[in-house]
Every structure is written in C-alpha cells, then in structure tokens.
Design a protein around this ligand. Sequence first.
Ligand SMILES: [Zn+2]
Length: 174
Amino acid sequence: MKRPILIHPDPRLKKVAPAIPDLSDDLRQLADDMLETMYAAPGIGLAAPQIGVDARVIVLDCVKGEGEAPRPIAMFNPEIVAESDALNVYEEGCLSIPDQYADVERPAEVTVRWIDRDGKERQEDFDGLWATCVQHEIDHLNGILFIDYLKPLKRQLITRKMVKLKKDRAREKA
Ligand SMILES: [Zn+2]
C-alpha cells in the first residue's frame, strides 16, 4: 500500500527515530509499503519518518541504468560502521522536499551494517550514488535533512518554498 509522504517542514522529520526491537510481519509490511511508495514517487530512497513512522527503517534502490535489474534493499536499524576520508559531491534531492536540489559533500564510501528482512545481520560497502543515498536515508533516522548541510540562507529559501507548497496543496484539497 502506498503511503503519503510528509513534506518539510514537519516536526516528525526532525526527530531521532528509535531502533526497532524485533523484526515482525508488521515491519516487513512497512518496508514493502515504503518500497512501493518510493518507486511510485519515483525516488531512490525513503526513510520511515518520511511517512510518519517513528522507527529506524530505510529502503533504497539506486540502480539507474536502463534495462538493469532493480535492487530493492530494506534496512532495519542501519548503522554506518566505517567511512572513507575521500569525499564526494552529489546533487541531492528528497521526496520530502520536492523539486529542490543542491550539492552535498559526504564520504565517498561507507560500510553499513543492518538487519535484513529475514532478521539476518548484513554488512556491505557502498560507493557512488549508493553511498550518498544510504547516508541521506540514515540521516533521516536522526532528524537530519540534506538542506541542513546548506548555508542558512539557502536552507531558509527552500523552507519558505516548502511552506508555500504545503499551503497550496492544502488549498487544493479544501
Ligand atoms: Zn530524503
């Protein structure tokens, strides 16, 4: 089932999400819903707080090439256990901040540990777009948005645009 995505500014996007205690069918369903919501958007990553769920769950699929098989990944309690000194700049966007993009510098490679949907502990190195995406999504679990890395003026400009977008959308619904 597709879920509505929260738009910044929203206090639920600024919270530190608690770890999930044990994997359950409800949480697996949540991950499935998140993937469906992400693909429909379309996007390459989504974190549970973005659909108003206070839990450390993210999904991602950064396969972009045409004809390449999709690679949906659901991560429960993901954790960055190592990161490279080398940095990389990507132009980032966010499903909670529609149509706004900005360059963000992050470690070029990260090692991530997580619990998969079978309850098994996994660890993998990510680079390129995957590295950026997984860091962006884990940030969401800590109440951090990509615009938090921008200069205050640019961040305020984007936030004002989002406030207006939310007003316009609310008016359309009314
Ligand atoms: Zn995001």
